[in-house]
Design a protein around this ligand. Structure first.
Ligand code: ASP
Length: 343
């Protein structure tokens, strides 16, 4: 029997705890695969009620809800998981609330450098772009790399030339500039004088990376992630978001994962693939595998952030070891958008 506690769908054997900010929906335990399942995130971090105005909270909830609806409607119509996640991420990239596309954070030099990746769980094909500055929707470029090149990852000017060769929309870099992110950079630059580059990157990086994972009616999984990276990043730093296995992974045999958080840790601990690997080699459930990595391994190592994941049976996990994570999920008959750790 399922119980609804504090807005979290709880099934026997899974109890809520404010310490363990793991949100898991298991709507179909021991039952047939649902017609579809989708989960999204809009970044993790120090997202707490005392730092949030009612207006901001409403704006985020509404944007997450719209994003979820875009993906869910496509899946309901029978679209492939890849199409659903791409369309959902395009919406989030175009929304300045999130640190991806239009709302990307600034580098130390006052530019915007974006990273994105996508993976097809059926074929294990993947595509990624890193450090791009003029591609309006980096997730589309990642998909084009996957489908129209023989490569997995392209970066910088080459990635941009490739995107242009695929007729993807490019924009003047000024399209990505917005005041809120600019102010965040100024604050980070000031703090850097006092605490140093690495400390400020850890403390001040702005959250809002976006991601989506989905299971479609044919049982195919897909995952995608898109980001502006970390505020004040230098030296063409690239995080986990475009790294297949770290920030994004999908395999029909296990699960699809998209990550958000302090990217260096997610690369070192190969977070997205590690969750699938635990399911594959240890026979763990999605919930156990995701918690072992996000709530234990990353916590021990000091890596802040979270993930969203859906497994081949439509189970969804959204654990995060940071105080909050913009997130949501939908399966037939059940849907939720959440922000804070206690939801
Ligand atoms: N993971 C991203 C990065 O390190 C940032 C984030 O998710 O907030 O570039």
């Amino acid at each position: 029997m399922a119980l609804i506690l504090c807005g979290i769908l709880i099934f026997p054997g899974c109890s809520p705890s404010s310490e363990n900010q793991s949100t898991t929906a298991q709507p179909i335990a021991n039952m047939e695969r649902p017609a579809y399942a989708i989960a999204i995130h809009g970044g993790a971090g120090i997202i707490t009620r005392d730092r949030m105005t009612p207006e901001k909270e409403t704006a985020y909830r509404s944007a997450l809800d719209t994003a979820l609806t875009i993906g869910e409607n496509l899946l309901k119509e029978g679209a492939p998981a890849l199409d659903a996640i791409e369309a959902t991420i395009v919406y989030l990239e175009n929304n300045p609330l999130f640190n991806a596309g239009k709302g990307a954070v600034f580098t130390h030099d006052g530019t915007n450098e974006m990273d994105a990746s996508i993976m097809n769980g059926k074929t294990q094909e993947a595509g990624a772009v890193g450090g791009v500055t003029i591609i309006k929707n980096p997730i589309k470029a990642a998909r084009a790399v996957m489908e129209s090149s023989n490569h997995v990852m392209l970066v910088g000017k080459g990635a941009e030339a490739f995107a242009q060769s695929q007729n993807l929309e490019t924009v003047d870099p000024s399209y990505f500039k917005n005041e809120f992110r600019w102010d965040a950079l100024q604050k980070a630059l000031e703090k850097e004088q006092q605490t140093g580059y690495h400390e400020v990157l850890k403390e001040e990086y702005k959250f809002g990376t976006v991601g989506c994972v989905a299971l479609d009616k044919d049982g195919n999984l897909a995952a995608g992630t898109s980001t502006g990276g970390m505020t004040n990043k230098k030296w063409n730093r690239i995080g986990d978001s475009p790294i297949i296995g770290a920030g994004t992974y999908a395999d029909n045999a296990t699960c699809a994962v998209s990550a958000t958080g302090h990217g260096e840790f997610f690369i070192r601990y190969v977070v997205a693939r590690e969750i699938g690997a635990r399911m594959e080699y240890l026979g763990e459930s999605l919930e156990d595998a995701a918690n072992a990595i996000v709530m234990k391994k990353l916590v021990e190592k000091g890596g802040e952030g979270g993930i969203i994941a859906v497994d081949k049976n439509g189970n969804i996990a959204m654990p995060h070891n940071s105080p909050g994570m913009y997130r949501g999920f939908a399966v037939p008959g059940e849907r939720a958008v959440k922000i804070f750790g206690d939801e």
